[in-house]
Design a protein around this ligand. Structure first.
Ligand code: LHQ
Length: 259
């Protein structure tokens, strides 16, 4: 498939998807969804060990492309979510490698949800986040009503969703919505360094960490202790655990294969 709305590369086990409709702040179209599906198939089937998600130009992603939504017959937005957004969010969360969102500019509506679906969110200082949905008469979707209160608590989540105000990257970091804010000029280098580091990490363990933390959102302590036991049994038999222990005892850096 040739892409017209995203850019996609895999270099040295680092997969990068760049949303690429800069004139529209990378608002998401049906065509972009199709290209994202195709790219994510390639990420899962290739030798990628980390995925970076970012945007071209001055925005990260302005959510659903509203240009596709003016007039005409009223679409069933539930169907749009069911067919396009929900599978995308589920897929990113389930991806068996870390996903980094490099938020280079505004992340609004479902664009903010997309960023928050990542495991590690790093934003440029000039970037911003907006639960834009209420401005057009909608409820936060694509996971935002799940992600936001868990990350920053119910009081702030309600304020953000009901008032639909933009917050700065620094505010997002201070509230614990994202991992870190960096200077605009440093974003690329920071993301490169982090992606390179994660591409050399014990990928299977990172995949199980993601899953364990997701399961913990619903589990009792008892259930979670059992879950940890099962994952640890599996990882205890992995090549990377063997290598990690050997490298520690040999006082040398480990060489993980991701298995
Ligand atoms: C856009 C968009 C956009 C098209 C900027 N579409 N063109 C909804 C429905 C279906 C099911 C699934 O779920 C969803 C979830 C959603 O995502 S709903 C929320 C959709 N997003 C929004 O409501 C955000 C709309 N955008 C904005 O409020 C502003 O553009 C923000 C605050 C993001 C940025 O403001 P500025 O920096 O002032 O930029 P701008 O407004 O001038 O935008 C630049 C261009 O991008 C402009 O185009 P133009 O041709 O006039 O230069 C905008 O029209 C276009 N654009 N967002 N979502």
């Amino acid at each position: 498939m040739t892409y017209s709305t995203i850019l996609f590369t895999i270099v040295d086990a680092v997969a990068t998807i760049t949303l690429n409709r800069p004139d529209k702040l990378n608002a998401v179209t049906d065509a972009m969804h199709a290209e994202l599906r195709d790219a994510l198939d390639r990420v899962a089937n290739d030798d990628a060990r980390v995925l970076v998600l970012t945007g071209a130009g001055r925005g990260f992603c302005a959510g659903q492309d509203l240009g596709q939504r003016r007039g005409g017959e009223l679409p069933d937005l539930g169907e749009t979510l069911d067919k396009l957004y929900n599978p995308l969010i589920r897929r990113l969360r389930a991806l068996e490698m870390p996903v980094i969102a490099a938020v280079n500019g505004v992340a609004a509506g479902a664009g903010m949800s997309l960023a928050l679906a990542a495991d590690i969110v790093i934003a440029a200082r000039s970037a911003s986040f907006m639960q834009a949905f209420a401005r057009i008469g909608l409820v936060p979707d694509a996971g935002s009503t799940w992600f936001v209160p868990r990350l920053i608590g119910p009081a702030r989540a309600r304020g953000l969703a009901l008032l639909a105000e933009k917050i700065t990257a620094e505010q997002a970091e201070a509230w614990g919505l994202i991992w870190r804010t960096v200077d605009d000029a440093a974003l690329l280098a920071e993301i490169d360094a982090l992606a390179t580091r994660l591409a050399a990490a014990p990928t299977l363990a990172l995949a199980r960490i993601k899953r364990a933390l997701d399961l913990a959102e619903e589990n009792t302590l008892d259930g979670q202790l059992e879950q940890e036991r099962m994952f640890q049994s599996e990882l205890g038999r992995s090549a990377d655990y063997r290598e990690g222990v050997a490298a520690f005892l040999d006082k040398r850096p480990p060489v993980f294969k991701g298995r």
